[in-house]
Design a protein around this ligand. Sequence first.
Ligand code: NA7
Length: 540
Amino acid sequence: RDGVEPVELDAVVIGTGFAGLLALHVLRNDLGLDVRAFDDAPGVGGTWYWNCYPGARADTEVTAYCYSFDRDLFDTWQWSERYPRQPEILAYLNHVADRYDLRRSITLETRILSATFDEDVNRWLVVTDAGERLAARFLIEGVGLLSSTNMPAFPGQGSFTGEIFHTARWPQSGTSFAGKRVGVIGTGSSGVQVITEIAPEADHLTVFQRSAQYSVPARHGAIDADFLASIRADYEGYWQHVRNSITGFGFAESTTPASAVSDEEREAVFEKWWDHGGGFQFMFATFSDIGVDLFANNAATDFIKRKIAETVTDPETARMLTPTDLYAKRPLCCDGYFETYNRDNVALVDVRSDPIVEITPRGVRTTNAEYDLDVIVFATGFDAVTGNTLKIAHTGRGGVDLADHWAHRPTTHLGLMTSGFPNMFMMFGPMGPFTNQPPADEVQIEWIADAIRHLQKTGMDTIEPAAETESAWVATCDEIGNSTLFPKADSWINGANVPGKPVTIMFYMAGLGAYAERLREAKDNDYPGFRFTAPARTPA
Ligand code: NA7
């Protein structure tokens, strides 16, 4: 191996988004470990570095879309909006990197190629694309739940003479759409934002829609000063509420089933939350059972369908924009989305009935028509959850490849660790919580830090779940997931958006509060179902 000894470290962190920056801070600044973090981007921020497409913003209220571990950070950082735009979130993450002096431990523009567990010394040998080799006891991966792009390959794509962009690999220099004919493929969270933003600027916009979406207004605006004051008045109470909730969004989730109220009351509740804005709010603050019960789900979709019919003036366009499936993908919100289709310069193509056949030098050809374009925007989403993890060649105990370990489907215990891969912690790995991420990142890093402290205290070298523990967690996730309506809709949540990917439950769907409780139980009971090994070799 070149005769060069690898650089010895306590931990390697992969990724510098919300999860990676937090992991670096906690492991280095709180635990005093020798840590280095890597990111293949030229800047920190993870998916918020790359997703700088026009219109990109959080659709989680920012008062819960941030870290809570440092009250002074919360109090001194000024957000300008309830749902901040991408540049502001990226500025926040850069501020975090500076505030905790993280940059000196971060290597950018460097991709981790492989991580191989050496059972002789209980170390991960990590190799970068710059040829650097590192030997670390702990591997912490914050590689992004939604970061690895899903880029469909249509025949002829390389022949297009205009520009092609993916929303999640947008040029940092930005781009102008003035005077251009633009096509957007995809109508998920990214699609609805980019479509709404580009339409007024472009000469003409053609939207290629495969699935119509239930989108509700976001109601962008300033942060509610009273709400912010109430958080400041009871900071601990607010974050406890966030961490004990299902979604981790910070709003009061409903405990009332939709069938428990009269038709008039139900309508009034939907109307109230339509006016309030927010996709998760519409799904979880209105009634308690929209994601699990058909009656409730239908009530919500009937309401949104009526709103689409009231908003979109052309009846045929309204028909195409009206979903016929369940409301069981990630809920969307965007101001002005459906109104955009009333513009003279916007056209909608339903690619389910008229599929894209090829990309030509001039544009997009469907079965029935050809569309001349200057720019094609792929808003086609992500190889979610496992995409980036599996780009790294992981080799665990006995030379087992993670891709083989997960060939049938991805599995973990607690969304954090997988058997045969000791001391490897995945933040938002498969079977983790389906929730707002930053508060869940904090719950996970606390658990990881406690597990490391436990090893230090007990003199053990490694921790990993037993195979049967992992199977039990997967069975739990399956049982909970299958009791919801989410597996009944195709989306990135179950892997159905990427051709060839196993379609399966990939989340713990019981909410953040229940998830945090499971992590607490594991820690408080000294990690039942985990295996520990003593140091493999006495250090010289
Ligand atoms: P999503 O939500 O996965 O949306 C991707 C969109 O692209 C969706 O409308 C897809 O249609 C469409 N798509 C994907 N592949 C194709 C092909 N081959 N042809 C036509 N249309 C296609 O990704 P986003 O980036 O919008 O959002 C992902 C998450 O990031 C979001 O939920 C937030 O959590 C942040 P489909 O619905 O699959 O029929």
